[in-house]
Design a protein around this ligand. Structure first.
Ligand SMILES: Cc1cc2nc3c(=O)[nH]c(=O)nc-3n(C[C@H](O)[C@H](O)[C@H](O)COP(=O)(O)OP(=O)(O)OC[C@H]3O[C@@H](n4cnc5c(N)ncnc54)[C@H](O)[C@@H]3O)c2cc1C
Length: 454
């Protein structure tokens, strides 16, 4: 690839995690990027402040991009989590993140405010360069709602009527955005009815630390390890310390599915109003919470392909593989998608090869994302297991581990152990290495073959 070849022009729909991560990574590979975001300001105007949990595979990407100080300066670094059985908040054990695992993964477990993570990514994506004429251009347009995606012309139309055309379009527009919708419709499937509610809803809210520390009975939520999991029957909850302020994030899985909300709207009911058979401490914590959001957990339609038929349009992040809301890996996987797509495109400026590179992205990223999503579903199942035989076996194994001084999840040969092993594999992954592996094994050879025929 020669530096004199013109850069590719990418249009990215959505300035959230996957969109901004893709913008940073493509800029690093010296392509031009236009990001279109429907909200008028970064993160939207009506969102109750939420928490992004970024495991080591995600934070490693931020660190590699030179954003260690910004990330660590805004995040709480989680070292462990404590597990309780509801409704009595019976302590079952502790899981400490193995330092060897973290060092292998080259990252930390960072809990950071969603808005702070967006800000860090946005500032990096749009950072002016000292070598203005040498660097690619990244622009982010707010209030730019995409209403139509035209694959054939590689263009998008905004609500304002404005049309933007590029060499390729990346849909980072979430589970209900226009690019994902266009791909669903291309399969002759109705996007309004293709997702199936599981009957479970996730409510989340934030409790100011200052309000919680007045209540000694809430100490388990604000003292070490500042991260808890409450396993109930057909319900569950978890808490984490949010950002440097150490406010408390509270997430509750409930079978109450009367409302289908979203991240950008305050839920109709307060968190405390949906807690019935819950521990008094959780109820007290919830009574101190600010506005809540609620998102139904759904089995989302599985796209036949993440890439349009003509190969010029692709979806990434939640638009490609929607995860359950507040899933442990949803942020890191969105960052991985961005890092992979940027890295793989460091190897070409050839417009003709875009479909091949987009298909390489799907070929490599899809199996990993599907595997992680299955693990996420198993986490929720594990936390909300109905009282009965399986729940008793789970609790006995956890308690025995704790009594033996082991991590609560480590039961050799068990499902729990499989999840721990899978987590190790998930944390160790590096999207840049994965992208380079495709390039070395396939992409580079096609490059040489093409050069030989020219
Ligand atoms: C405002 C907001 C707040 C969130 N807060 C939390 C939280 O506190 N905790 C948590 O666990 N998860 C939260 N999420 C979800 C979280 O961001 C995702 O689960 C994931 O980590 C990142 O997904 P993503 O970047 O692929 O898509 P998303 O984060 O879903 O972002 C999609 C982006 O596309 C934009 N978009 C959609 N349609 C259009 C259109 N027609 N034209 C232009 N732009 C469009 C959206 O406005 C949004 O910025 C939030 C999402 C949003 C949008």
């Amino acid at each position: 690839m020669s530096n004199s070849e013109p850069r590719l022009n990418f249009i990215i729909v959505g300035a959230s995690i996957a969109g901004l991560a893709s913008a940073i990574a493509l800029k690093r590979s010296r392509h031009n990027v236009l990001v279109l975001e429907k909200e008028t300001i970064l993160g939207g105007t009506s969102v109750p402040p939420g928490c992004a949990r970024v495991p080591p595979n995600g934070s490693k990407i931020l660190f590699d991009w030179g954003l260690r100080a910004q990330t660590k300066g805004s995040a709480y670094t989680s070292l462990a989590f404590a597990v309780y059985k509801s409704p009595d908040l019976d302590f079952m054990g502790l899981n400490t993140w193995d330092p060897e695992l973290l060092s292998e993964a080259r990252g930390d477990f960072c809990d950071i405010k969603h808005q702070d993570l967006l800000r860090i990514l946005y500032e990096e994506a749009t950072k002016p360069s000292t070598q203005e004429n040498l660097v690619p251009h990244v622009a982010v347009l707010f209030g730019a709602e995409v209403v139509k995606v035209d694959c054939d012309n590689c263009s998008v139309t905004l609500l304002s009527g404005e049309i933007h055309t590029g060499d390729a379009i990346i849909g980072a527009d979430g589970a209900y955005g226009p690019v994902r919708r266009m791909l669903i419709e291309a399969e002759n499937v109705d996007p309004r009815s293709c997702d199936t509610p599981t009957g479970m809803t996730l409510y989340s809210a934030k409790i100011p630390r200052a309000a919680a520390i007045d209540h000694p009975q809430l100490a388990l939520f604000y003292e070490y390890p500042k991260c808890t999991v409450e396993m109930g029957s057909n319900r569950g909850a978890f808490t984490a310390s949010v950002g440097i302020e150490n406010d408390i994030g509270l997430w509750v899985y409930t079978p109450d599915s009367t409302e289908d909300g979203c991240w950008t709207r305050v839920a109709g009911r307060k968190l405390v109003d949906i807690l019935d058979a819950w521990d008094p401490q959780i109820k007290m914590l919830a009574s101190l919470a600010g506005p809540a959001t609620c998102v139904q957990i759904k089995d989302h339609h599985e796209l036949e392909s993440w890439v349009s038929r003509n190969g010029r349009v692709i979806v990434v992040g939640e638009a490609a593989h929607p995860f359950p809301p507040a899933a442990l890996h949803t942020y890191s996987v969105a960052l991985e998608d961005g890092a992979f797509i940027g890295k793989v495109f460091s190897h070409t400026r050839d417009r003709v090869r875009i479909p091949e590179f987009f298909n390489a992205f799907e070929e490599h990223r899809r199996p990993r994302c599907m595997q992680i999503r299955e693990i996420e579903k198993r986490y929720i199942e594990l936390i909300t297991l109905p009282d009965g035989g399986r729940q008793k076996a789970r609790d006995e194994a956890m308690r025995a581990n704790h009594a033996a001084g082991r991590n609560v999840m480590e039961v050799p040969g068990s499902d729990l152990q499989q999840m721990v092993d899978a987590t190790r594999m998930i944390f160790a992954y590096d999207p840049s290495d994965d992208a380079d592996e495709w390039w070395m094994s396939w992409g580079r050879l096609r490059d040489s073959a093409k050069a030989a025929t020219e």
